[in-house]
Design a protein around this ligand. Structure first.
Ligand code: NAI
Ligand code: MG
Length: 352
């Protein structure tokens, strides 16, 4: 089990350290960890946020555990040298086309949500966002119109193969959960969305156990705060998924608890190759103080065991250890508590 660990900068190394301790405590057969530089630290050591040796390490691994990047001392650099290019570069170079973000309200934390506690309590959903297409990767530019005005433009496009692979992944995810899939688009206005909807409908007969529903993105945004408990799996394109996944994550409360997986098509001896990271950034305001909550990174390691190594039981053990630590009142600063990074790691390890 070869895992490339890229701690990054800011709180990245602190939270990654705790997740690595948890992985090591599980006695996984043949576990080998390699550490590589990304982000601001990589820029300082190698002159680039994603050095070739780091990329090679990722390619040679079965999965990547990523901390966070975003060193503010790099703010003045050109865009291609900024720390954030490390994560964008890894997603593109490794063909990671599916971003999975579970959002679940942990018992006892309903009050942390921006929603009313009884509404937040019902949240247990997974957003599957397409990551390699849409307006982010289409032709784009700024041109001057005949009347002299400047016009910015970005082309939204999806090929049916791109829709098919993300839809298959979402249907399969729904099969392993509550078997309800909502596909989000804007098919009343966009051609891209109409094709998306047609392709998803074409695949539906292959998944007879999954209930499929289509929803316009504006309505989905509304339903996510009105009745988030109605959702199980949501699948959507890159742009809508970017917005809805941030919205959904805040419906459950703290940023220090939310994990993510980015998956591609590459299969290893164990499962699907993927990159796993907390959804938060490098939190420069608390970096180096031992105050960051490592739970999101620990939960990302659990997702890794589930998706890249087929070790559901180990993943569930980690998740239940985190849930029990929270239920016992172990709270990081992001949850208004006092527990530091290492103390939270210890608390999870004890319960493991
Ligand atoms: P951020 O997520 O780093 O921090 C937002 C707020 O949440 C801060 O007050 C921070 O202290 C707090 N916070 C975040 N994670 C926490 C944790 N685990 N425990 C306790 N508190 C936590 O977002 P921000 O400040 O907008 O971005 C900082 C840098 O991170 C920027 O350079 C940004 O580009 C980068 N970034 C990188 C990401 C990545 O590596 N994938 C994702 C998001 C942002
Ligand atoms: Mg975002």
């Amino acid at each position: 089990m070869k895992i490339a660990v890229f701690p990054g900068d800011g709180i990245g190394p602190e939270v990654t350290h705790e997740a690595v301790r948890v992985l090591q405590a599980l006695d996984l057969p043949g576990l080998t960890l390699f550490e590589g530089d990304v982000g601001g630290i990589a820029y300082r050591r190698h002159g680039h946020p994603l050095p070739p040796e780091t990329l090679e390490m990722a390619r040679a691994a079965d999965a990547v555990l990523f901390g966070a990047v975003g060193d503010p001392s790099c703010d003045g650099l050109e865009r291609h040298l900024r720390p954030e290019q490390a994560i964008l570069g890894l997603r593109a170079e490794l063909g990671l086309f599916a971003n999975l973000r579970p959002a679940t309200t942990f018992p006892g934390l309903e009050g942390m949500s921006a929603l009313r506690p009884e509404i937040a309590a019902a949240i247990d959903l997974l957003i599957v966002r397409e990551l390699n297409g849409d307006v982010y990767f289409g032709d784009k530019g700024t041109r001057t119109l005949d009347d002299g005005q400047r016009q910015g433009w970005d082309m939204m496009a999806y090929a049916e193969g791109e829709v098919r692979r993300i839809a298959h992944l979402a249907f399969r995810a729904a099969q392993g959960r509550k078997r309800r899939l909502v596909s989000v688009d804007k098919a009343n206005v966009l051609e891209t969305s109409q094709l998306w909807r047609d392709v998803v409908n074409e695949l539906a007969p292959e998944y007879p156990g999954v209930t499929l529903e289509h929803m316009y993105v504006d309505n989905a945004a509304m339903q996510l705060v009105r009745e988030p408990g109605r959702f199980d799996v949501i699948v959507t394109g890159n742009l809508f998924g970017d917005i809805l996944s941030d919205q959904a994550s805040m419906c459950v409360g703290s940023i220090g608890l939310l994990a993510s997986a980015s998956l591609g098509e590459r299969e290893t001896a164990f499962g699907t190759f993927g990159l796993y990271e907390p959804i938060h950034g490098s939190a420069p305001d608390i970096a180096g103080q031992g105050r960051a909550n490592p739970m999101a990174t620990i939960l990302s390691a659990a997702m890794m065991l589930r998706h890249s190594f087929g070790r559901e039981a180990d993943a569930a053990r980690i998740e239940s250890a985190v849930a029990r630590a929270l239920a016992d009142g172990v709270r990081g600063g992001d949850l208004g508590g006092e527990a530091g990074t290492a103390a939270i790691g210890d608390a999870v390890l004890e319960r493991l």
